[in-house]
Design a protein around this ligand. Sequence first.
Ligand SMILES: [Fe+2]
Length: 137
Amino acid sequence: MITQEQMPMLAIPSMNDTHLEESLLINKLSSVVEKSDLEAIFIVLNELLVHTRLHYLDEEKLMQESQYPDFEAHKKDHDRHLHEIKSVIAYFEKHQEPRAVYAYIEGNLTSWVRHHTDTKDRTLALFLKEEKVREED
Ligand SMILES: [Fe+2]
């Protein structure tokens, strides 16, 4: 589980909105995992994948449009994380073990999301915010 207070707040409101949606999806996943609802776990895992893919595409577009200097490293983080979600889905399809998804959420997913948001996304949001201020000057 991930509470709203645990999600770092950034300088760009739209990024916060997306991260809130992301944390709600992670919690939805936690709750279906707790119930061992196999079908729902499969559905929510795929929802998380689709949401994360769009979320990263949006961020990457913002980075490219603003010629963000840390684009490559930031995108690498995204790619690694997307790959991981896909691996978890593939594993779940094969073994249908809610415990494995639970271990992923608690052992990796929530801490990774918070860390990425607090570091890479925070730096990006500040950069975008400063760029906006420069444009308005
Ligand atoms: Fe990011």
